[in-house]
Design a protein around this ligand. Sequence first.
Ligand code: MSP
Length: 630
Amino acid sequence: MSSFYVTTPIYYVNGAPHLGHVYTTLIADTLAIHHRDRGDDVFFLTGTDEHGLKVQRAAEDLGISPQALADQNAEKFKVVFDKYKLTYDRFIRTTEADHKATVTEVVNRMKAKGDIYLDTYAGWYSASDEAFYDESEIEDGKVIASGSAVEWVEESSYFFKLSKYENQLLDWYKENDTNIKPDSRRNEVASFVSGGLRDLSISRTTFDWGIDFPGDPEHVLYVWVDALTNYLTGVGGFTDKDKFAKYWPADCQLLGKDILRFHAVYWPAFLFSIDITPPKQVFAHGWWVVDNVKMSKSLGNFIDAGDLADEFSLDVLRYFLTREIPLGSDGNFSRVRVVERNNSELADNLGNLVNRSFAMTEKFLEGQIPKFNGPSSDPLDSELVGHAKLAYENILAAMDRRETHRALEFVMSFSSEINLYIQKTQPWKLNKEDKERVAVVLYHILEAIRWVCHLANAFLPNTAPVILEGLGVDVESPLKDLSWGGLAPSKINSPPVLFEKLDPKAFEAKIEEPVEPEEKVDYIEFDDFLAVNMRVGKILEAEAVEGADKLLKLEVDLGERKNRQVVAGIAKSYGPGDLIGKKVAVVSNLKPRKIFKILSEGMLLAADTEEGGLQLTFYPENVSVGTRLS
Ligand code: MSP
């Protein structure tokens, strides 16, 4: 059995959990469930980062001890994670005794390696980021990257010889193309390191909320050395050697792009120092903004994770957060978009599929799942089985690439294929004509639904099991040996409505206040804008159209199951060879139409140039195919 170890960052306890915290943990949960379903031995770690200046100051502001604040807020995180039914294996707190022991051992090993020395630190520190900054990273008293305030620090400090590991880090980045993801982030980190590394100050003397520096209790250990070590403690640290050997190196360490440097530079360097293999993967996800505005306490648009779970059902939220953006990209959280995805994808596609299929089974077969009669020779049936097998392969491969949004796209397009199969076979007609055939067709539909549920379980862990229960299915690691024909005959139990349709209007009030226009402009509503679906598409093929010197016929990948054929009037500005492999903006929901007798299933966006030509927008590598433009 292979193991799969997935981690989230541990969260600061200076406040309550918000959307951003829940996002990382939900993605980790999705990976964990998916791998359990594949039969892997999974360990999923999350928890709280409780030491440091930031927490100490937050506690002082409240007039309570840092430990009391940590206790209060760690509990809030646990309550919220339980509300989201997250399946973590351990919730680690850095104030726990086993963690302190691991941290002490880590520092002792660094010392033994000769990687630590005492000196004086004189420079900038941001308590909010818990990070030291160079002069060049600061402007007007604030950190350029994060906007956090800095203060001048000048005190005796232990240093870790980070500079010693520069080359080893650069070699590690080159070792494979999966250890730091997305690729653009790996490049960013590599260029930071090749610019030269300074040794890292790893202790402070002017506050005391932290782990004592081993051998010198006048110093408190820098909170990031303490925090990063949680990933070792979580799987046994230096004491439970079997457990540690089973799970380390971690398979996937998820974190937000803001804390990449700590995870992709400091963390592997610490591990090199103590002769522990670095993680197999550090994956930086993007940031959510809310209705296009950064979440912040002062703007009052912070989305409290606990409250959010009262607004939408868990699987709808989870679906939205995984489906809306590729892992790694930034996203815009909009309640109206959540509703749209719920209505058009979950309710209309999956929910409808399940409802009509169970209803037909009740009506035509008295609720009895038929027996599997071996492979069918009907081409429609074998086509459906082919779709199921392809969905399985595509979804597992997408999950291995951490393309969670793609995996979910494959789930949903498989569900559409089953709906299409129903349209084509028309069981309601067959029921009158051929009872034997209707049983075969319904078996195929129900078996395909079983496959969809197993494949979707990691994304919809509260809904998929309800449908499976209705089919009398209960398997431990369903993706391990999924084979066609596994659905056994039994009486079905129709599930309740799975995804209620929601009224987008009811959620609009929570978006920005409407602003009165200053001058007369033909404004459109935000909904009108949303009605136009614009996506990034990759041009795979391009050829001239005979007899139409302005037109090119293109084959475009929009991240869907099938590529699109697009006819574009750009031949005067671009030859076919200029376009292949390029990523461009495509309007994807224009009604298909024929141009010069050729079907066009989309429209490219282009600007007029001053010379009378056309200019397309080309997107770089780090923008994924299928990304929605907004
Ligand atoms: N305590 C450190 C992590 C130590 S890990 C050894 C920390 N904590 S945090 O609570 O500030 O942030 C935790 C995570 O939440 C980060 O990965 C951060 O990127 C993520 N998010 C915070 N706001 C976010 C959004 N608005 N959107 C998505 N994720 C964001 O950093």
